[in-house]
Design a protein around this ligand. Structure first.
Ligand code: ADP
Ligand code: MG
Length: 727
């Protein structure tokens, strides 16, 4: 079968496609009944657990109190009973290794009873701790293979749930994953630690305002997940999508996203059917998905949940990613979570809406509508400004992956320079605090009477700015540099810890200044805000982040601009970052080094895989196609000559030149791929970034040029046009 025939077959299959899934009906099963039906949630626990056990567990979950280990037995028994009643045969500890993926190891409930039969059993100790053979997960030197023990430890704050398969179900228990020395091998452990640090420092500040209710202060996250859908027939015909998640080749389609006709457009029927089933699955798992729409690029979509506490939002986002991928298959599609599946059109991000607060106080980034709330709000807002200014480089480094590098700074996503967008009004208020001078009567009133008397701020403080990496959006910040394929744990670990450090600084200063006398608070706040804004105000930028002028201006302001992961990743072990994380007990120096090593390794491996495949596709698919076309042209020229007609050879010459160019580019790339005598891992990454990636682009340039001239019926790879527009 020729490549072209494969493409035609794919299109025929799409035209005759019938969904594999039974049709769903939200009329017979109401979403309200469905929601959380597969979750061992509060309602189930209250009904199934002995009263004292339930109370104790509830305290740990809601208040963050220490877990009483004696409750594990009864909780495990209830969990098993519930799971078995839902058809579960196995349980599994779900964990989140540093690959950013979700890992699970299944064990049967079945235990021989010693009399030739078997019983279903699940003891407390199996719930509390598991020991997967974890030697194949990256540890970045935290574990030698001979001491490969890794433990999974029950995370009570994220509820257990049931996953379904047509042939059975199993119980999933979210866990933290640590080495036998207690070092974090995963994304969850530091997230939980950072939440504790944030809670402690935020409460100190709240206490100064008389607002510490004894309730835990949490961070909240609402991740907006972008993704692409392509038909699976095309997906399988593209080795690059299959192995790398992105296209390494592909000439631009004559039509891209320039018409802006896809964004918020009517959702195609098959895609909507897919979305409904995704939501159906996620409702069962208690994931509060809320919004769905077409995104800017053709074939691009978004799903967003209602925000939840960090830990839950993170686990749920992992479930969203897994569900998107698995359900897409049932609709004959592949879901691409890569940050840049297609060159020349928008990539995918994951806007992380971030706030801190609790049920009683709401978001501490909410200006509120009384002056007193405003003062407290300004303090928390100033803490964020100071944090992003001090640790902007860290914030950049926690979104550094090979995939995200294609997106950051590419005039569709925020630039790689970290800055804060406050909106005009809020920026103006901070400007006044800074100068202390008054521009108008009204502002004079504000500053002389004190922060206390600032007017109520409207919820939507100013316009939206899509070019800012860290934008204030009324009652939260939206961190837009996160990649679509990434775990949101890392960015939140950084944000929580940076905020904890800033709030610690603020609390310490205010405690000293007021010495327990609340009447001194106002003046102390005024003074401190002024100081913070003078020192850190240069992080505020309300202009166009895509403009060249900003690059220059940011440089003048001394803001770091790490264009690639290779520049950004070393920040993870810089002295300031080590001090930050160790001071608040979030990550030890060893844990930081291990993370840096793993992320660098992932970078090197990703580029290496892409480069190897790039050379292979160029040699085995693109070059042969070009040569066949060259042969056709050459034969035509020769035949014309025989017939006595002078042939026009320009097309032949053109294809020949492009083929020669391709050959040379591939040879150059292969030389660069073969290099392996590196002084260090960082050195290797630099080589991949600075030499290999550009060499791949060179190969691509010739290949894409060939796609533009070779007869379409010879071309093997599905085109951009087909992949993006056939739905
Ligand atoms: P937009 O695309 O306009 O930014 P979306 O509705 O797509 O908005 O997504 C906004 C996300 O922000 C949702 O997940 C929402 O639940 C979340 N969000 C709203 N308020 C907060 C908050 N206080 N803290 C964290 N996330 C929030
Ligand atoms: Mg948004």
């Amino acid at each position: 079968m020729s490549g072209y025939q494969a493409r035609l077959n794919a299109i025929a299959a799409i035209n005759s496609y019938k969904p594999l899934s039974e049709p769903l009906s939200f009329a017979t099963i109401k979403p309200t009944d469905l929601f959380g039906s597969n979750v061992f949630n509060d309602k189930v626990m209250r009904a199934m657990l002995p009263r004292d056990v339930y109370k104790s567990l509830h305290k740990t979950i809601e208040k963050g109190e220490k877990l009483d280990p004696s409750i594990a037995g009864p909780v495990a028994a209830a969990m098993k009973e519930w799971a078995v009643s839902k058809g579960a045969t196995h349980y599994c500890h779900v964990f989140f290794p540093l690959t950013g993926l979700t890992a699970e190891k299944h064990d049967s409930f079945l235990t021989p009873d010693g009399k030739g039969g078997a019983i279903a059993e699940f003891e407390g100790k199996l719930l509390v701790q598991g020991e997967p053979d974890a030697s194949s997960f990256p540890s970045g030197g935290l574990r030698a293979t001979f001491e490969a023990r890794g433990y999974t430890a029950w995370d009570v704050t994220s509820p257990a749930y049931i996953l379904e398969n047509p042939n059975g179900t199993f119980l999933c228990i979210p866990t933290a994953f640590v080495s036998w020395t207690g070092e974090a091998l995963d994304k969850k452990t530091p997230l939980l630690r950072s939440g504790q640090a944030l809670n402690k420092q935020a409460r100190r500040v709240l206490a100064l305002f008389g607002k510490d209710t004894g309730e835990r202060v949490n961070s909240y996250a609402g991740p907006e997940q972008e993704y692409f859908l392509v038909d699976r027939n095309f997906y399988f015909a593209r080795p690059d999508l299959l192995l790398c998640g992105r296209t390494l080749f592909g000439a631009k389609s004559a039509k891209g996203q320039e018409f802006e006709d896809h964004y918020f457009g009517a959702i195609p029927r098959r895609v909507l059917a897919f979305m409904l089933e995704v939501e159906h699955e996620l409702y069962k798992l208690g994931v509060p998905v809320k919004t769905r729409h077409n995104e800017v690029a053709p074939g691009q979509f978004e799903i967003a949940p209602i925000y939840e506490t960090s830990n839950l939002a993170t686990d749920h986002n992992q479930m969203v990613m897994t569900t998107l991928k698995s359900v897409a298959k049932r609709y004959g599609m592949a879901c691409l979570l890569h940050e840049k599946p297609f060159a020349g059109i928008n990539g995918s991000g994951k806007h992380l809406n971030y706030s801190i607060g609790n049920a009683t106080l709401g978001s501490l980034f909410d200006p509120g509508d009384t002056p007193h709330e405003n003062a407290q709000f300004l303090v928390f807002c100033a803490a964020a400004i100071r944090a992003v200014h001090k640790y902007g480089a860290l914030l950049r480094s926690v979104v550094a992956t090979a995939g995200n590098d294609h997106r950051l700074g590419a005039n569709e996503a925020p630039p790689a320079i970290m800055s804060i967008y406050l909106g005009e009004q809020l920026a103006d208020i901070f400007e006044q605090i800074k100068t202390g001078s008054c521009k108008s009567c009204k502002t004079k009133g504000l500053l002389e009477v004190g922060v206390d008397s600032l007017p109520p701020l409207p919820m939507d403080a100013g316009d939206r700015n899509r070019t800012s990496p860290f934008a204030f959006t009324g009652n939260r910040f939206e961190f837009r540099a996160v990649g679509s394929n990434m775990s949101i744990a890392g960015p939140q670990v950084a944000l929580n810890t940076m905020m904890a450090e800033s709030l610690d600084f603020i609390a310490t200063r205010l405690e000293k200044a007021t010495k327990g006398d609340p009447s001194k608070l106002n003046a102390a706040v005024q003074k401190l805000l002024k100081e913070i804004i003078n020192e850190h105000g240069s992080i505020i930028f309300n202009g166009d982040g895509y403009a060249d002028a900003w690059q220059k201006e940011a440089k003048k302001r001394g803001l770091p601009n790490f264009k690639t992961s290779v520049e950004a990743l070393p920040v993870i072990t810089s002295p300031e970052v080590v001090t930050l994380f160790t001071t608040y007990g979030v990550l030890s120096e060893r844990e930081l080094h291990s993370r840096q090593e793993i992320y660098l390794e992932q970078y090197a491996k990703t580029v290496m895989t892409e480069a190897t495949l790039c050379a292979k596709m160029a040699k085995t698919q693109i070059f042969p196609t070009g040569v066949r076309y060259q042969k056709e042209l050459a034969e035509t020229c020769a035949n014309m000559k025989i017939a006595g007609i002078e042939p026009v050879t320009s097309a032949l010459e053109d294809v020949t030149a492009k083929l020669r160019g391709l050959q040379k580019a591939v040879a150059d790339l292969e030389k660069l791929i073969a290099k392996h005598d590196f002084k260090s891992l960082l050195d290797e990454c630099k080589h991949r970034c600075e030499k290999v990636l550009p060499a791949m682009l060179e190969v691509r340039a010739y290949a894409d040029a060939l796609e533009g001239v070779v007869a379409d019926d010879l071309w093997a790879l599905p085109s951009y046009q087909e992949m993006l527009f056939i739905k």
